[in-house]
Design a protein around this ligand. Sequence first.
Ligand SMILES: [Zn+2]
Length: 420
Amino acid sequence: MTTLGKYSIGVGDRFAHQAKAQLEACILAGKAGVDVIPVWNKSNREHLIIDSEPSSVRTAADAAVAELGWKLPYYCDADHINVTTVDRFLTSCDFYTMDVADYIGKAAERSSIDAFVKKHPELLGTVRMEGADPGIEITADLLSRTAAKFLFAVQEAGKIYRKIEAAKGKGTFVSEVSMDETDAAQTPAELLIILAAIADEGISIQTIAPKFSGRFNKGVDYVGDVIQFAREMALDLAAIRHAVSNYGLPANLKLSVHSGSDKFSIYPAIYASMKEFSTGVHLKTAGTTWLEEVIGLAEAGGDGLALAKEIYAEAYAHSAELCAPYATVIDIDPAKLPAPAEVDGWTSEQFTGALRHDRRSPAYNQSLRQLIHVGFKVAAKMGPRYLGLLEANEAVIAKNVTENLYARHIAPVFLGQAAS
Ligand SMILES: [Zn+2]
């Protein structure tokens, strides 16, 4: 049985050049006393935008693992796939993020909703969960409304799961259900009901990615009420523990936090609630590494800085098109975006200062950062010119990639240290 470890980090590597630098961050974690399992995730959307194949992620991960002598497990995640897009990930991936957000709200057959409600009288009234007094209240109306809202999506996840299982074999892969890319957050009560439905569907999930309240914009800090997030996360963890013991879901089932990079203000809450519930978390980061590539290029100066400026100018010129697929997960203030002509005159320090996620720095510009975050298509179009400069400046880029993942993500989330 393939079992994902307690602590894991999703590391996206859009251009398949940073696997080694990313793995170095997990090695640093091990030296600091915590095993953090690397999962190389790349969504179908990113593969389409970049025109890459899932096998390239596997090749890069295998090479990094061999070169650095990594002995713990590692995975390749077919991120945000569905029943129609999963096929080309079947050979190279061993982790599947089944994205059913688009099916939320689509009505399941009345008979299956009624059958679900009838099967789960234990979900009615006050559901007492260890570690979450006084428990959560679920009325008959809430139960049937929640079933009506999510059952179809869970059935869809079941179809994807069975397709993967038929191709790869039972127990040979990690599966996650994601519902994060939607408008409304799921409450802990909804999460519990969803988990009961997932268990009924026979999906052996090890991670679940709900949408939390607040905004999880790409590459920038959390926007929302941190205290409320902490309360909600504790209830989610209680709901997960309850579902594991009552519905037979895998004992290592844990939360997956999508768009999890750079959410510095909630990392202390994530760490504290993991400790409270003796559980782990899967922290998904992706674009933060691509941003470190651009930071490294800018820091290198010369051709690297020139290319970083060109990427910004192109992203600026095509911002509407680049932002469209990410509408629910970015918040760019166009008035805060400097004109490309101005950026053209910047030094390395000015460029990296604006782009690097240092909350204390007055130069940090989160609109610029988000625009470049979604602008990787620009680099993809540059093809060998971009990749050539990545290779020429490998050392400075790798340093930024490793340091960002370790000091700003792994240390605060898994070691409870202040983000540096
Ligand atoms: Zn996601």
